[in-house]
Design a protein around this ligand. Structure first.
Ligand code: ASP
Length: 310
């Protein structure tokens, strides 16, 4: 353990040391063992209440966080923005104050605005996990990606991860570009120039290219990103067909990666657009493992923030 103080929230990886991040991943191994038992429940969070506050849609993240909290015996209250008083004009601050008055102990927050989870942390004074804020960060997705790669190769040290697609709108790409180099991996971000913000090249351990073949050369893991058409407000692409012709993660492209390379996708997938079905369903795919690992990794994060002591 380093001397740095223990982070109270997981909003992004700012303030998280490689040692602490490795401890989170190690602890996820223990959580995965709990999930393999006939009775998948431990009392670690008994008496605590976790609120999952989703202001934007989700399947995997929300379900896995709710299950993760329940597996550790927490009470879970789910807040869906569309069905709340927010739709009557209540502010985020007032909403959080109401929830906090009910003695919520921690928040899991997804929001379309970057920085929203930081605000919930400030308004509530409770530990907050960012479950995706706009295009900025999605730290638990990056952790489960790192966990999945580590599970395959035993380490992230010296590994190369190519992330291909709509980097511009992807909080997953940003969080992975922050996390993976902290754990010793090299990240290559790739997409059409309009979807590849040049400022990301300033991150340590990260390089950019518009050439997918160059991106996957020497890669141990190749992650396809969803084209986030709901966040596109300009003509970023000439056509979807042209995008697929050049940037789709398919067998032809995977053959140029390392021989044992695995394929990842954070989901939800646009099949046969950013990833071909033969790769998504093929032997190199670890997409189902990513989903499965999400639960153990989120258990580890909840435990670490709410009760864990090294
Ligand atoms: N599920 C991921 C996210 O919430 C990726 C995506 O939506 O494409 O950011």
């Amino acid at each position: 353990m380093t001397g740095s103080s223990r982070p109270r929230h997981l909003l992004d990886f700012h303030g998280w040391t490689p040692e602490r991040l490795t401890a989170l991943l190690d602890n996820a191994d223990t959580m995965a063992q709990v999930l393999d038992r006939p009775v998948k429940k431990v009392p670690a969070l008994q008496g605590l209440t976790v609120c999952t506050a989703f202001f934007e849609n989700s399947t995997r993240t929300r379900v896995s966080f709710e299950l993760a909290a329940r597996r550790m015996s927490a009470d879970v209250v789910s807040f869906a923005a569309g069905a709340s008083s927010l739709s009557k004009g209540e502010s985020l601050r007032d909403t959080v104050e109401v929830l906090t008055a009910y003695k919520v102990d921690a928040y899991v927050v997804r929001h379309h605005a970057a920085g929203a989870a930081h605000l919930v942390a400030r308004y509530s004074g409770k530990p907050v996990i960012n479950a995706g804020d706009g295009r900025r960060a999605h730290p638990t997705q990056a952790l489960l990606d790192a966990y999945t790669i580590r599970q395959e190769f035993g380490t992230l040290e010296g590994k190369t991860v190519a992330i291909i697609g709509d980097v511009r709108h992807s909080r997953v790409a940003r969080s992975n570009a922050e996390l993976l180099p902290k754990l010793g991996a090299r990240v290559v971000l790739c997409g059409p120039a309009t979807l590849l913000p040049a400022d990301l090249a300033a991150l340590p351990g990260v390089t950019l290219t518009t050439d997918p073949r160059e991106a996957v050369r020497g890669a141990h893991a190749v992650m396809a990103l969803r084209l986030q058409q709901e966040r596109m407000n300009a003509g970023y692409l000439a056509s979807l067909q042209e995008y697929a012709d050049h940037y789709q993660v398919n067998e032809r492209l995977m053959r140029e990666a390392e021989s044992g390379a695995i394929a990842l996708h954070p989901g939800p997938m646009n099949r046969d657009l950013e990833i071909s079905s033969d790769v998504a369903d093929g032997p190199r795919s670890r997409i189902v493992q990513q989903v499965e690992n999400g639960q153990a990794v989120r258990m580890s994060v909840l435990y670490h923030l709410l009760v864990g002591r090294e």
